[in-house]
Design a protein around this ligand. Structure first.
Ligand SMILES: [Zn+2]
Ligand SMILES: [Zn+2]
Length: 179
């Protein structure tokens, strides 16, 4: 994993670009996400780091290509990720030990660094994680699988009767009405 020592950041900042291979990424990301995915390409990252007093400003972007599975039709599809990020990393020590107090709500929102190092790989991975949809869909209008015969309804229709199958709430509503 790629890390940078705070002491190695020059006063006028530094711009780095690095690449990570899918294997090392998958293990880390799968601990964060319950979504099934794999990397089709390495993760390319670029970041500019600059000191602002105690704070480290990190601005950059990531680019990769994921393979996700559609939650409706269970088909794999490619999902390109291109995202920019802009973070202010605060020294964890300063905040935790300067005063004897719990983190305030505002402080909980902050990003931290610890031990005089910035873990650039982790930052890049977290950005990928933020870009993975909670419910991946191959397309907005995906018709999903027939709950009766299991056919992929995007490819062909089937003869089954499946009234309102695509609305998970309709069954619930009916239940409520009957009571
Ligand atoms: Zn689908
Ligand atoms: Zn069917």
């Amino acid at each position: 994993m790629f890390t940078l020592k705070i002491d190695d950041i020059p006063d006028d900042g530094i711009t780095l670009s690095w690449k990570e291979e899918p294997l090392s990424l998958s293990a880390y990301l799968k601990s964060l996400s319950h979504i099934d995915f794999s990397f089709e390409e390495s993760l390319q990252s670029e970041a500019n780091l600059r000191k602002a007093g105690q704070i480290i400003l990190v601005k950059g972007h990531i680019q990769t290509l994921l393979r996700l599975q559609c939650v409706r039709c269970l088909t794999d599809f490619l999902y390109p990720i291109r995202a920019s990020f802009d973070l202010s990393l605060h020294p964890l020590k300063g905040i935790l030990f300067s005063e004897e107090k719990e983190l305030s709500g505002e402080e909980m929102e902050l990003d931290f660094f610890e031990g005089g190092e910035i873990h650039l790989s982790e930052i890049a991975c977290e950005q990928v994680f933020l870009e993975i949809p909670m419910k991946p869909l191959c397309m907005e209008t995906c018709k999903g699988l027939c709950p009766v015969c299991g056919k992929n309804l995007n490819l062909s229709s089937c003869g089954c009767l499946h009234e309102e199958w695509n609305s998970p709430f309709s069954a619930l509503q009916k239940l409520k009405l009957n009571h």
